[in-house]
Design a protein around this ligand. Structure first.
Ligand code: ARG
Length: 390
């Protein structure tokens, strides 16, 4: 029997290959989905998979699809959960969908992933597996064997599977175009300060402030400094530019789906800049009521996606609203990057709901006296309350 495994080339998924072969007696097909890894890591994953004796390995480049269909939706929805710009949560459904595609093509009856029983990723993989390939068997070896990270390392050593370590520590790192997350080891104590060497994208390398103009069309970024740039390139460039200013480092407590609090470290320079810029442009072009209502829609969208419910029908309904609002989210935003911060310093749009004449202290096109009647009604109930004998 064949099993298709979502394979990153990391410790857990490599251990999974071996367990599926030896303990479940399956022919393993590995699928590595590129959502922003560098080419070397992809090649490395393929080499590792073959070394583990898989019957077939697929390497699928989904970076452009990830940017257009996932990251761009997240920007339009200001996708963020408790202050974490959704990144791992965004990529899992796409990876799971590719695994399903391969399983159908290969007529494999088993779908497998390397997520543990403590985290969020099991929910994200399995929701897509169950909704897009109902009835297939799902195996999650790490969870089923109740394996700790230490046991996984020991298992790997025992069976000659390479273990990535850094100064004797083995972090759990997840990385895609939209963000990088580092977990495990001493970071599990929220009272420890993260050592500088866990960070790869946000080392402060530029000391001088830098300004940057981002162009948006219908809620998504399309240009940098006036030159149009395709999605993957735009995000990659911004990760590099903003990362050099140390922008996008997040150290937080996060409430997982299961209710466990977890200490998380993230690096997400491009996301930090683009989400801040997008919000500012929205506040220029959307009405006050649209903005208030959209906050609730955005948070429902984010909660859904964080929880792994990418395939839930509510997402499409929320996006119908979001898309309608984004028709006018076109314009430019200027940001200043300096010393780990990203400030929005200017915004402009042909769809601005802004009237300089109306708001200006130096203009008479609105007669100030006309507001007097409104004032009388505005605080009427408070006035009546104030007159009560208490
Ligand atoms: N807590 C984040 C999420 O659930 C990121 C998890 C990333 N996983 C990792 N092994 N570092 O989306």
């Amino acid at each position: 029997m064949k099993a298709v495994l979502a394979y990153s080339g990391g410790l857990d998924t490599s251990v999974c290959v071996h367990i599926l072969q030896e303990e479940y007696g399956l022919d393993v097909i590995t699928v590595t989905v590129n959502v922003g890894l560098d080419k070397n890591e992809l090649r490395e994953a393929a080499r590792k998979a073959r070394g583990l004796g898989v019957v077939k390995h697929y390497s699928i480049d989904a970076t452009t699809e990830f940017a257009r269909e996932y990251i761009f939706r997240a920007i339009r929805a200001n996708g963020s959960y408790e202050g974490y710009p959704l990144s791992t949560a965004l990529a899992r459904p796409l990876i799971a969908a590719k695994v399903v595609e391969i399983a159908k093509k290969e007529r494999a009856q088993v779908l497998a992933h390397g997520a543990t029983g403590k985290g969020n990723d099991q929910f994200r993989f399995e929701a897509v597996f169950r909704s897009q390939a109902p009835g297939r068997r799902i195996i999650a070896p790490i969870r089923e064997k109740n394996m700790t990270r230490r046991e996984a390392v020991a298992y790997a050593r025992k069976h000659g599977i390479p273990v990535p370590v850094k100064k004797g520590r083995s972090y759990s790192i997840d990385e895609n175009l939209w963000g990088r997350s580092i977990e495990g080891e001493e970071l599990e104590d929220p009272g420890t300060v993260p050592p500088e060497d866990i960070f790869a994208w946000t080392r402060l390398r530029r000391k001088k402030p830098q300004e940057l103009e981002i162009g948006f069309r219908k809620g998504v970024p399309v240009s940098l400094g006036g030159r149009s740039v395709p999605p993957v390139k735009l995000i990659t460039e911004l990760n590099r530019t903003a990362g050099a200013h140390g922008v996008g480092r997040i150290d937080m407590m996060e409430d997982r789906i299961l209710g466990l609090k977890a200490r998380e470290n993230y690096e997400c320079p491009a996301a930090a800049v683009l989400l801040a810029a997008h919000r500012q442009l929205e506040s220029l072009v959307l009405s006050r009521r649209e903005l208030r209502f959209k906050e609730a829609v955005d948070s429902a969208w984010s909660e859904l996606v964080y929880s792994g419910l990418w395939t839930e029908p509510l997402r499409y309904a929320l996006e119908a609203f979001i898309d309608r609002t984004q028709e006018r989210v076109t314009g430019t935003v200027r940001v200043r990057l300096h010393n780990r911060s990203c400030e929005v310093i200017a915004r402009a749009s042909p769809y601005a709901l802004y009237s300089r004449e109306a708001v200006s202290f130096d203009d008479k096109s609105l007669d100030q006296r006309e507001v007097e009647g409104m004032l009388r009604y505005h605080s009427l109930q408070a006035e009546l309350f104030g007159r009560l004998k208490r």
